[in-house]
Design a binder for this molecule. Structure first.
Ligand code: FAD
Length: 559
């Protein structure tokens, strides 16, 4: 039995190692067109930023160690140039010698990954414009950066890799500009979470320009100019293009394998392509999203590695183990903040016409009385019919990772917000509170679901009319330091005594700083005869971040 694997990094290397563990006697040949196999592409931005100082640490395995440990014939600098499915052959080019040869397979695995998108813009091939996908890219960028210790870097695209590069280049002393065509950073999260992150990025002195389209590049003796629509060109010593990736399907298409609607390699639940002897994993495939039921690629290392294991199991043991799809659980460090996401954002649920409710809570990472507690913001999206959890997003500093993993697990199992309320966590003051932020998210969501708490999103504040009453229930000092225009201030602790100041026949809108006092105020009013009482979800904290950010975009004050 001969297994051939195309691509030797996350999905490919993981498949190969699992194959060997299951079948000691098979011949396993892994082709990698680059110079390295099984390297940590996720670590590359941090190596460029000198956080990881030892380049060797990026390499999990080498071709030699793969041979010694797993008896796998890993051939680097060997590109598979064609597949002949009828003859079960691959054509391979040795990139060092130029020799081309063919090799037969019993089963073939494709894990060629995704390729960075490079739009055909004027001057895009100029010196100093980089994409980051592999080790040679990393070496090129690192060497270039060292020539411009205090230089200007322009990052195009504010996704995960773009933001990681922005932080790392900034920390090296470069002046960083981020250009993003969309109205917010980080497309997988909703605007309120992005808005908090955007403010943090700006606070670091990074020039963040949203809704800005790059139209081309010019190079002269002074460096690069990044040309942007309706604005002055931006000077740069270097440019990182991180505007997204697309599945590398060139081999698959040439071999006549079917692609899906999202232009990834189509696989069944056993990760088998339209040809039964060929399996495929990783960034190159598309698979049905378990929540939206839309077929889509997933560009994440975890799913690629796990698919590799499943695919190897199915090839050796027969098609028994199914892949259930990815809910795109992801996390990114943005300077001092962490943003994490699992499941589907509200805007994408809306686009997929999936009814949902949204709850936003701000909770301490651990007990407030124990030093170092930091607030995190959790947004969850859930089904109005049964409370099924559909998506979660968190921004904060400490403890974001463990909360998102808990929420991800609930989403993956198709479970509900009830489980969040019951979730039993390990508690001592340095680690959490008696009610964990995950519990709090569940309690508030349940109040919304049971209609004990009526909320409106920050964006609906602009619809509050002069006839309505907007009440800030925070302390007077908090009110003076900043409030929503048009609000009156009645602190929650005085509300019972000042009910007569409010007209019961009017719509009342309430907010506090983070939502808790607003909820208490709403309960007081509803139980005192007020009929229409709404709480502004996420409180003043969320409203002000969103308001500032959306005004910056709309008035083009972003400089
Ligand atoms: P890859 O790991 O990209 O491997 C594909 C390999 O196939 C490549 O080495 C390529 O050279 C080779 N190949 C392609 N065609 C051929 C051919 N014809 N013949 C031979 N070889 C071929 N994901 C996360 O979850 N968390 C992170 O923090 C994270 N950070 C990232 C940071 C960076 C800078 C990058 C680039 C990616 C990051 N990712 C992260 C994404 C993650 O690395 C990918 O999702 C994952 O590596 C996909 O695995 P894969 O096997 O499909 O493709």
């Amino acid at each position: 039995m001969r297994y051939i694997i195309v691509g030797g990094v996350a999905g490919g290397a993981s498949t190969a190692a699992r194959l060997r563990r299951l079948d000691e006697h098979a011949e396993i040949v892994l082709f990698e067109k680059g110079s390295y196999i099984s390297y940590a592409n996720c670590g590359m931005p941090y190596y460029i930023g000198d956080v990881i100082t030892d380049r060797n640490k990026l390499f999990v395995q080498t071709a030699a160690s793969f041979k010694d440990r797993f008896n796998i014939d890993a051939r680097v600098l060997h590109e598979v140039t064609a597949i002949f499915p009828d003859q079960k052959l691959v054509q391979v080019k040795n990139l060092q010698s130029g020799e081309t040869y063919e090799l037969s397979y019993d089963k073939l695995v494709l894990s060629p990954g995704a390729e960075p998108i490079r739009p055909p813009l004027q001057g895009i091939d100029s010196e100093g414009i980089f994409t980051l996908r592999n080790v040679p890219d990393t070496d090129r960028i690192k060497s270039y950066v060292s020539q411009f210790p205090n230089g200007k870097a322009v990052i195009i695209g504010a996704g995960f890799i773009g933001l990681e590069m922005a932080e790392n280049l900034h920390n090296l002393g470069m002046h960083v500009t981020i250009i993003e065509m969309g109205p917010q950073i980080l497309a997988p999260v909703d605007f309120p979470i992005a808005a908090i992150a955007q403010q943090h990025i700006r606070s670091k002195g990074v020039d963040l320009r949203l809704k800005t389209a790059v139209t081309g590049f010019e190079r002269n003796e002074n460096g690069l100019k990044v040309l942007v629509k309706d604005s002055m060109p931006i000077d740069a010593d270097m440019v990182i293009l991180s505007i997204g990736v697309k599945p590398d399907t060139r081999l698959a298409v040439a071999a006549g394998l079917e692609l899906g609607s999202a232009r990834g390699i189509l696989v069944n639940e056993y990760l088998q392509t339209s040809n039964e002897a060929i399996y495929a994993v990783g960034d190159a495939i598309e698979f049905m999203n378990p929540i939206t039921h839309n077929s889509m690629p997933t560009y994440l290392a975890g799913p690629a590695n796990k698919q590799g294991r499943i695919c190897a199991n199915n090839m050796v043991l027969g098609n028994k183990q199914t892949y259930n799809g990815s809910i795109n659980t992801a996390i990114v460090k943005i300077f001092d903040l962490t943003v994490a996401v699992a499941g589907v954002a509200s805007k994408h649920l809306t686009a997929a016409k999936i009814a949902h409710l949204v709850s936003t809570t701000h909770s301490g990472s651990h007990a407030g009385y124990y030093p170092g507690s930091e607030q995190m913001t959790i947004q969850i999206n859930f089904a109005p019919a049964d409370g099924k959890l559909l998506g979660a997003q968190i921004i904060g500093t400490d403890g974001v990772d463990k909360r998102i993993d808990t929420l991800s697990s609930v989403i993956q199992r198709g479970s509900t917000i009830e489980e969040l309320m019951e979730f039993e966590h390990a508690y001592a003051p340095p680690y959490s509170s008696a009610k964990d932020p995950v519990n709090m998210a569940g309690f508030v969501a349940d109040n919304i679901l049971q209609k004990r708490l009526n909320v409106i999103p920050w964006s609906a504040v602009s619809n509050i009319s002069k006839e309505d009453i907007l009440v800030d229930v925070r302390a007077p000092l908090e009110f003076i330091e900043g409030n929503i225009p048009g609000a009156i201030n009645i602190p929650v602790d005085e509300l019972r005594d000042r009910l007569s100041e409010l007209d019961q026949n009017k719509n009342i809108f309430i907010y506090c700083q983070i939502g808790l006092r607003g909820y208490l105020a709403q309960r007081i009013l509803l139980q005192n005869g007020f009929k229409s009482v709404q709480n502004i979800s996420g409180g003043y904290k969320l409203w002000s971040a969103c308001n500032i950010e959306s005004n910056l975009i709309e008035s083009s004050l972003v400089v």
